[in-house]
Write a protein that binds this ligand. Structure first.
Ligand code: TRH
Length: 385
């Protein structure tokens, strides 16, 4: 950990719109700012219950609490007056969530005024390059907000990636006993370890039933690990029972196990332990990119099929040389018809050696421009000058 004497104080405002992705990203960002850069972070969260699913030590009843070095405040609403001297040097609003008006007034009254960033969603589309770092004046107050877009190249804000992540990932993946011990927590037997291990995280509209059927009829055993609550209907149809943590069933070549929702660092271990990962949204998608294993991304649905455009923009960058994986991901997201599932899946499996090579290459390409937190703090210093 490098505590920099100039590390600013910083607040992150996180409104959990639905699911855990928003708090997933904010919590990861907060931790890395604090642990690796010594930043005094206050994380304002409106939904502590969602937060607790990925971080079990969160106290649902606390207005203010310390969690792993981060000050966490329950953001109860838009009311309230705030003192200018209580405002930190940097304020980050996540996905354009509206800050409490009294807080914004206090920001304007602070000397010097804070750096104010709007942390936006990740997309591989080119337009973000023109919007990253753009200023936006407050219509009334002497305050300027800047857009911060995460992204994949030097013209964007980078991706969250902790120091030493890759070393930890490699050490874990090479340590077969550690992988077996980790998976045994979920009831995975030594025999099941030999199967092709797949984690499954997606939105409810993914064609999960087709996938389960394909694995059931497969020539080789598949072990599917699915967190509780994910694709509940299709999982229950396969199990013939409630999809509660600990439930499991085997049909044909497929064994399916329902896992409890694990704390965020353990979710990385799950991705690292599997041969292939189905992920969704933003944060698990990025974590899959660091796992060194093939992944299938289920993108968050947007009006007018905008998400298909986003998916294609990513596939153009990532999977230009991985036609089977690209085709399967388009099918998984309803952008084309998969047709024969056995054929499509077999083509994905045949391509795995290329996926593994691409994952290594991709990490190098993206991180050559620095990780998100380092880039964000550089931008803050630039604005503060
Ligand atoms: O929750 P998500 O669907 O995320 C988001 C939100 O929907 C958001 O509103 C939308 O804008 C964005 O997608 C595009 O999926 P995501 O991003 O993968 O976040 C899940 C988080 O939960 C991630 O931080 C990993 C974590 N997680 C655990 O900690 N334990 C688990 O067992 C699992 C399955 C996930």
């Amino acid at each position: 950990m490098s505590i920099r004497p100039t590390a600013p104080s910083l607040a992150i405002f996180c409104k959990v719109v639905d699911n855990y992705g928003d708090i997933g990203i904010c919590w990861r960002l907060a931790r890395q700012l604090q642990h690796e850069h010594g930043v005094a972070v206050t994380l304002w969260v409106d939904d502590l219950a969602s937060y607790r699913r990925i971080c079990p030590e969160v106290d649902l009843g606390a207005e203010v609490q310390q969690v792993q070095g981060v000050t966490v405040r329950h953001w109860r609403g838009q009311d309230g007056a705030f003192a200018p001297d209580g405002i930190p040097e940097v304020v980050i609003e996540f996905f354009g969530c509206d800050l409490p008006p009294g807080y914004v007034e206090a920001m304007a009254a602070r000397t010097p005024r804070p750096v104010w960033l709007n942390y936006e969603g990740l997309t591989a589309e080119d337009w973000v390059e023109g919007c990253h770092r753009l200023p936006s004046m407050h219509p009334r107050l002497r305050l300027t907000k800047h857009f911060y877009f995460p992204g994949f190249n030097e013209r964007t804000g980078g991706l969250l990636h902790e120091a030493g992540l890759d070393e930890r990932r490699r050490a874990f993946q090479q340590d077969h006993a550690a992988v077996a011990t980790f998976l045994a927590r979920f009831g995975v037997t030594p025999q099941e370890l030999a199967a092709r291990k797949v984690s499954l995280f997606c939105y409810p509209d993914a064609p999960v039933a087709h996938m389960l059927q394909t694995w059931t009829g497969g020539a080789k055993p598949t072990l599917c690990l699915v967190p509780e609550g994910v694709a509940r209907e299709q999982v229950e149809a396969f199990l013939g029972a409630a999809a509660v943590a600990g439930a499991a069933a085997t049909h044909g070549a497929l064994t399916l196990r329902v896992l409890p929702f694990v704390p965020q660092p353990d979710y990385d271990l799950l991705l690292w332990a599997c041969d292939l990962n189905f992920v969704r949204g933003e944060d698990s998608w990025v974590r899959a990119q660091w796992a060194g294993r093939p992944f299938v991304w289920h993108i968050y649905v947007q009006d007018e099929n905008l998400h298909h455009k986003k998916l294609r923009a990513f596939l153009d960058r990532y999977a230009a040389q991985l036609p089977a994986l690209a085709r399967f991901m388009l099918g998984w997201n309803g952008a084309l018809a998969i047709g024969d599932w056995n054929e499509a899946w077999q083509a994905v499996l045949n391509e795995i050696p290329h996926d593994l090579a691409r994952a290594e290459e991709w990490r190098g390409e993206v991180l050559a421009h620095g990780d998100l937190v380092t880039k964000l703090l550089d931008f803050v210093r630039e604005l503060g000058r």
